[in-house]
Structures are given as structure tokens and as C-alpha cells.
Design a protein around this ligand. Sequence first.
Ligand SMILES: [Zn+2]
Length: 385
Amino acid sequence: MPRSPLESSYVKEPGAARRRRRRAAIAALTLTLICLAGVAAAPPAGHTKHDPIEPALYRPAPDIKLAVDSEAYRSAREALPPQFLNFETRRFVVLSDASPRWTREQTALLELTHYQFKRFARRFGLRPRPLRHKLVCVLFEEQEDYQKFAKDHDGVTAGWISGYYSPKHDRVVFYNIESDSAHARAPAPVLGFGHMARGRITDERVRASIATSIHETVHQLAFHTRIQSAQIQNPLWISEGLATAFETDQPRQAFGPEYDYPIRLRKFRELLEDDASLIGLGELVRYTEMPDDHDETITAVYHQSYALVSWLCRFRKIQMRDFLGALKRERPGRPTGQRHLELFEAAFGDVHSLERKWLRYERARMTKDPKSSPSDRKPSTTSLR
Ligand SMILES: [Zn+2]
């Protein structure tokens, strides 16, 4: 049976060398397993030219050679027990105590997300800054260890989330939602799978975990490459809208704001049907923090931001690019909600008029296509305005 593309991203070391390295590593309490994603000269058996993503993984390594060492790496390494091993891809260094299989899948997911993020940036004429070093990712096998690390080192207490991005330490952190203990303990996940049979929940949890990994990695890429500035407090709609617009549970297919994610779309449509659940756009674009901690508010902010960014990326491409540029040029600090509204209107015009056009489009689309079927994944071919 052909190895899967994800497994093929790794090149095993010869046995003797591996044993020598392992002994040295145990002595030093570190072991670096080099993952040579993209170095394979030819696609493996089973490679199909129909998959738009795989070529990026198998293309010969470009002329980048990023350093592992960075402040982000050192801070993660110092905070973790010595049994965490290093895994490297072209652009990421992953510190993991999780199962090798899940670690491999996660590292491939990071590279896939980078590939789609770069593709999006290129299509939008954005100019992401080059990576300054390999980006840091931490993987935990156990949810309890993850929660403790999140709380102690990153101040993250929402331990039920399967992953997060820490802007302060420029790292993404995840735990293995497929591990037995995680199954036994974890509550239903964030994406609205609350009332399903156990087996189905497990399946949905894995899918949600993939989407979360992509979501958090997009945050990391957006801030590290300065598509978004960490010097100012960004409005929630753009930060969370961008990250949710990349979510997918089918990462082997192209993904990003031009492609629907049916789970987000379905939830947004529920809000749309019950008009009272929607937050006015004039309000939404002012938020830099959640206005309250009610589930309904959080759900509305995330799903409206998802739908808004997806729509803007399809129909207001140039304005979207200009908006991101203007936001970065703002004076460092915390712009007021009013200032965020001004920036929004400077790029996209009157907020109420835009809201009417956007929601009219969404309602018409919902009537035409009541289900968010897989065919929704086709990118929009409508001309950009
Ligand atoms: Zn987020």
C-alpha cells in the first residue's frame, strides 16, 4: 500500500545513525529528528496530479534555510520537559511528546497551511514578510499537560480548546484530541457538535481539531509575516475572520477564504435565518474584544466574521488589501472602536450600505442553495468588485 503523502514528508535515518543519535540525544536530553518535508525528489507512488496541494510538499526545497534557534524556540524549549523531541519541517520546528503518527500529521498540516496562506497572499497582492526563523509549534499527547502548560506559560485558561496561538511567544500549541484520555475527558468542542452520538462526536472532534490547527496556524502566519501587525490591537472581525475563513477539515484540498467551510457556513446561516441573532455590522467592526462572554455573542462574532471575510475576499478584494495595509499603518496601540469603524468605512464605504449588500447576497445564496454541500468548496468565479 502506498505511503500516504503525509507520511512521505519524512525521511527515516539509517538505523545505526539513528541509534548513535538517540544515545547522544538521550545524554543531552534532546533529540532532533529532521523531517525533510519537500526534499523528496519525486512524488511517491500514489501521488496524483489532481491534488493541488501535494506539489508544494514534494517540490525540491527552495533556497530558504531557516534557523531553528530563535527567542520563540528557546522560550518553548525552556518551558518544556526534556522528553519533548524536536521535529523539523522546512518552515516549522515542532516540539512534541505526542505519538509519532499524530505528530507527523500535525507537522504536515502546518506546512499545508503555510502553502495555502502564501497562495492567498499572492493572489491578493499582499506582501508577507519572509519568515525570520522556523516557526514554533508545541504538541502534547495529554490534554492535562497541555492545559497546565497553557495556563502556566501562556495564560490560556480555555483548556477545552484543542489549540491556541500565543502572540507573546509566537508559538502554536495543540494537544492530541485522538488520544484515549482526551476522548474520555474532553467536553464537546467549539464548533457546535454538542448533541451527537459518542462515535460521531469522536469523528467530529477530530475534524474540529484539524480546523483548529489550521485556524491557529493562520494567526501565527498572519502576525509573524506582518500581514497583521502585532503592534496594534486588531479588531476581532479581521483576526478571527481570516483565521476562520481558512478553516477546513479536508486539508488535502485547496482551502482559504475563497472556499467555504460548510460547518461555519451552516452556523452562519442559522444566525441569518434568525435575524435577531445577528450583530449589526456597525457594531461588529468596532470590537477588539468580546463585548461579553455569552455563548450567543461569541458564536455570532466568530461566524459573522467568517462570512464577512469570505465575502469581502471574494467581492472586495482590492479594498480588503487596502484595509489590511491601512490597519498596519495605524499608530501602535489600541485604536478605539470608533477609529476601527472609520478605518473600515475608509476602505469599504458606508458600513450600513455594505451590510445590506452583503446580507442580501448571503440570503439569496441561501435560498438558491439551502445546504452547504461539498460543492460549495468551488471558489467563486464572480468578478471582483
Ligand atoms: Zn482565533
